[in-house]
Structures are given as C-alpha cells and as structure tokens.
Design a protein around this ligand. Structure first.
Ligand code: ADP
Length: 288
C-alpha cells in the first residue's frame, strides 16, 4: 500500500504492496517531499519541540543537526508517527506527505510507520532470523504474500540496493546476527527499502559503526537519494556536510525550554554562511 493510499483511505484496501508490484517489474513511484508546519511535540506536559516549519524536499538528503536534547530524534520520530508510541506523547501542527496530513483524523499510524521507513542508531536485525527473512520481514508484516521467485527478487533487489548483496549472497540462510555491525546496518537498510517506502528516516545510523562501515553507509545514502527522500539525524558535522543537500539546525531556546528550528537551507550555505550566529557557533564546534 502506498503512502498516497494510506492517506486517502482510513482502512487498508486490498492492493498489492509496492514490493510485490516492483518484484513483478513495475516502476517505482517518484519520491515525495514532506511539509512540516508549526509543529509542537510533547511528552505528556513537557514540550520537547516548538513551532517547527520546514519543507523537506523529495529525492534529497536533509540533515538534522544540533546539540543533545534539542529534539532531533523526537522531531524525526514525529515524521512517521513513531513519537506517539511513548506514553502521553502527542503533537500539534501538521506534517504533510505528498500534500496529505499524516495526523489527519482517520489516518492509521501503523500504516504510516510501515510506509515511512526508519533506520536506528544501533543496527537491530532480528538476530536469529536468516538474512533472507530479515529482508522480507517488513514485506510480510505488510501482508504481502510473495511467491518464492518474487520473494527472491525482492531479497536480491533490496540487498543490492543496500550494497550488501555481494557480501551475503552465498549465506542468505544464515542468521542476521552473524554479520558485522556495518553489514547489520546495511541489512536494516535493505529491510527498510524492501517495502519500497518513499521516505527513509535515519537516526544517527553510523554512530555505532567503525569508519569504514560509516563510509559504506554514507556512500549508500548518496545512492539512495535518487529514489528516496532521506532525513538523517547526525552528531557528526563532517557527515552532515558530506551526505546532505539540506541542513536543519535545531537548538534549545534556553535551559528547560523546548528545542526549536533555528535555521535551515542548502547545506553549502548553512556550513559556509549561516544567518544565525548560534548555527555558526555549533558548526565550528564552539558549543554542543
Ligand atoms: P536529541 O535527539 O536532539 O538529543 P531528543 O529528541 O532525544 O533530543 O530529546 C528532546 C527532549 O525530549 C529531551 O529533553 C529529552 O529528555 C526528552 N525526551 C526524549 N524522549 C523522551 C521520552 N520518551 N519521554 C520523555 N521525554 C523524552
């Protein structure tokens, strides 16, 4: 089911999953952008993020940067309705994907989460599940019933898409836990792209990885952006400068205050000539 149909219909309709369509040779839909307007994010009574308005362009990488605790992860999780899994968590404002509000009445958050993929800080493959079944886990969760050949096609396409195929093609039946950390993270990316989401959210995807694996993931992000809209939270300024087209700088308005978006724009501009002095101070390592 596509994001368009998730947002149009409040109940699942019996259309083939995108992965099934793709395995049958269909062409991908173009990636879509995200429009965030006046977004406030709360944990119970505590406001974590205030008043974010941001346009995230399609088929590009947007980096979210800022000091610890300024709400980067919280903001990222609000983009696929993962935030509200925390008790008492809620948002005010709108997040439009392809022009439709993710938070409109009748939109099923479970379907949104399946359509907007997420990759976490620590690689989290299902450890005892085989590499093949890890890739197919999301497709199966989405109710896609694949014949063996179609499933093999999804596995190969996704692992190739995650730059992992050559390393694992001879051991697809071995457990995901047998891979190195960097390979596990690419397996998680393969699992996320197997369902053909249009948006991929990445929360510090390299922070637990060595430099060589980090470089492999950064190369992969550069390749994936031609097909996906990618939002990445990172603490690493060099990484933000290397992989992103757009950068959004968040900061705390003050002690105990919510995080806010200070400025956003082309990464080249934010890193060379930011409008706000606090952006420059953060980027040059003077705080955070
Ligand atoms: P960042 O990713 O920029 O480090 P976070 O989004 O993790 O920031 O946190 C923003 C604020 O929200 C912090 O004050 C943090 O303590 C709070 N917070 C994060 N997760 C939760 C949670 N599950 N329950 C309550 N408060 C939380």
């Amino acid at each position: 089911m596509s994001m368009r149909s998730v947002l149009r219909d409040s109940v699942p309709t019996p259309v083939p999953t995108p992965a099934v369509t793709a395995a049958g040779g269909g062409s991908r839909r173009p990636a879509i952008g995200i429009d965030v307007e006046d977004l406030d994010i709360y944990y119970g009574d505590v406001q974590a993020v205030r008043g974010v308005t941001l346009a995230i362009p399609a088929q590009s990488v947007t980096a979210v940067i800022g000091p610890s605790g300024c709400g980067k992860s919280t903001f990222l999780r609000s983009l696929n309705r993962m935030h509200e899994v925390a008790p008492g968590a809620r948002v005010d404002g709108t997040v439009r994907v392809d022009g439709r509000d993710l938070y409109a009445a009748g939109v099923d958050p479970v379907l949104v989460r399946r359509e907007i993929g997420m990759v976490f800080q620590r690689p989290n493959p299902f450890p005892t599940m085989s590499i093949r079944d890890n890739v197919l886990a999301g497709v199966r969760l989405n109710g896609g019933r694949l014949k063996k050949d179609a499933a093999e096609a999804v596995v190969e396409r996704s692992l190739r898409g995650a730059n992992l195929w050559d390393e694992v093609k001879d051991r697809l039946n071995r457990p995901g836990a047998g891979l190195s950390g960097g390979q596990q993270q690419r397996l998680c990316i393969a699992r996320a792209i197997a369902v053909e989401p249009q948006v991929l959210l990445m929360d510090e995807p390299c922070s637990a990885l060595d430099p060589i694996s980090t470089s492999a993931i950064e190369d992969l992000i550069g390749q994936l952006k031609s097909e996906y809209t990618i939002v990445i939270v990172t603490h690493n300024m060099q990484q933000a400068a290397r992989v992103s087209d757009e950068t959004a700088f968040f900061n705390l308005a003050g002690v105990g205050e919510p995080g806010q978006l200070v400025e956003s724009g082309a990464t080249t501009k934010i890193f060379s000539n930011p409008d706000n002095p606090s952006t420059e101070a953060y980027i040059t390592g003077r705080f955070g």
